[in-house]
Design a binder for this molecule. Structure first.
Ligand SMILES: N[C@@H](CCC(=O)N[C@@H](CS)C(=O)NCC(=O)O)C(=O)O
Length: 233
């Protein structure tokens, strides 16, 4: 990680940022949504078996082994929330994904953390259990995911009441996090009928052009979903 922001000197030539990731990865989609919302030019380098050189370069740059990774000038940036904050600072566009008002920004950042930690990571227990190939781990992983997701859905049902987007009227970083996390969480353990607000919010996210595009680009990878992708969405 480097300390200087690229392209901050007037007249400095600027290459578009490069995003290493995979179209079917929830956290990659979170950043893609932010890029699509602002029409930010970027180069996508898929980490997949057809392009091993991308995987090698990503691992060289970020040995922690999590994706996506954004390379912007001389900066390597990991962690999706930080990447999106960086995009707003360095590649601002019409969509203000983090509000300028500090109190409003705090609510957005809190909801971003909620969707990553209590929705996406909750569903991941079931995915990891299924990927293990061990029936006991699969059952335990699903049980853990269900227990956590039930609590998260119930909390969201109250938190989202009367809101169009996660934090209110404007589409923000929190919605970038919410879209893929609720998408895959619902595949893992469907949002119950008793949470109509969360179900309607997920449907609005799916209709949002930035996320609809990310979902379409990932469609051909659905057989990779280890719990079995449902025939919808
Ligand atoms: N907190 C990280 C999470 C990233 C993450 O878990 N990415 C998944 C792909 S969706 C990953 O790298 N999985 C590979 C692994 O855990 O080995 C972020 O926000 O960037």
């Amino acid at each position: 990680m480097h300390a200087t922001l690229p392209g901050t000197n007037p007249g400095e030539p600027r290459m578009p940022p490069v995003l290493y990731g995979h179209p079917f990865s929830s956290y990659t989609q979170k950043v893609l949504i932010a890029l699509y919302e602002n029409g930010t030019p970027f180069e996508f380098r898929c980490i997949g078996p057809e392009t091993p050189e991308h995987a090698a370069e990503w691992r060289r740059r970020w040995p922690i082994g999590k994706f996506p990774l954004l390379v912007d000038g001389d900066r390597d940036m990991a962690e999706t929330s930080i990447i999106i904050e960086h995009l707003q600072l360095s590649h601002p566009g019409p969509a203000r994904l983090i509000p300028d008002d500090p109190a409003a920004a705090l609510e957005v950042r809190f909801l971003d953390r909620f969707f990553d930690l209590h929705v996406m990571d909750a569903a991941q227990h079931a995915v990891d259990g299924a990927l293990s190939g061990d029936p006991v781990k699969r059952r335990d992983g699903m049980a853990k995911a269900v227990e956590k997701l039930e609590r998260s859905y119930a909390w969201l049902e109250g938190a989202l009441a009367g809101r169009i987007w996660a934090a209110g009227e404007a589409f923000t970083l929190a919605d970038c996090a919410a879209a893929p996390s609720l998408f895959y969480a619902d595949w893992t353990h469907p949002i119950p009928d008793g949470c109509p607000t969360v179900r309607a919010y997920r449907a609005r996210l799916l209709a949002r052009p930035s996320f609809a595009r990310a979902v379409d680009e990932a469609r051909r990878y659905r057989p990779l979903f280890p719990l079995g992708a449902p025939d919808r969405d």
